[in-house]
Write a protein that binds this ligand. Structure first.
Ligand code: HEM
Length: 139
């Protein structure tokens, strides 16, 4: 068998066995990845007790990405019945706004170098992430 054919068969088999393998990353997913990267840096610093003012720029990165995400439509919208689409989108945008507001709280805590408040805010953002994904992300 030619190597190219073997490769094609392998990719096809993986795509069937693991649908996630075939999933294209969406523009919204890309913005979320940016949020995730910025939040991980802050989460790490918080765990290590190294919260410093310079992390505020990471919050700005997360905020910019979230603002872009709020303007996009979740892929799950396709699965929502026509009659519910408008509400789904309104709810999605409202949840994005909640997260963006919490990022402002996080930024203030970072600038004040209040480690406890930073940890609390990270916790809230994490809960928002779980709820947001449950409601708006397709399986
Ligand atoms: C700190 C908070 C958050 C982080 C770090 C985060 C991170 C991510 C990441 C890494 C992905 C892409 C990978 C994956 O599919 O698992 C993703 C996807 C997604 N997230 Fe978030 N997320 C956060 C909050 C939220 C919130 C609050 C919402 C809803 C308002 C939301 C809605 C979505 C949706 C809908 C997708 C799927 C992409 C699509 O439909 O195209 N996320 N998120």
């Amino acid at each position: 068998m030619k190597l190219k054919n073997l490769f094609t068969i392998t990719v096809a088999t993986l795509a069937i066995a693991f649908p996630a393998f075939a999933e294209e990353e969406t523009p919204l997913g890309k913005e979320m990845e940016k949020v995730s990267k910025a939040m991980k840096a802050i989460g790490r610093a918080s765990k290590e007790g190294k919260v410093t003012k310079d992390l505020a720029s990471k919050v700005d990165e997360a905020k910019t990405a979230f603002e872009a995400a709020a303007k996009l439509e979740p892929a799950k919208l396709k699965e929502v019945p026509a009659a519910d689409k408008a509400k789904f989108l309104t709810d999605y945008k409202a949840s994005c706004e909640v997260a963006i507001k919490e990022l402002a709280v996080l930024k203030a805590a970072i600038e004040a170098e209040k480690a406890d408040d930073v940890a609390k805010s990270l916790e809230k953002l994490n809960t928002g992430k779980k709820e947001g994904h449950k409601a708006f992300k397709s399986e």
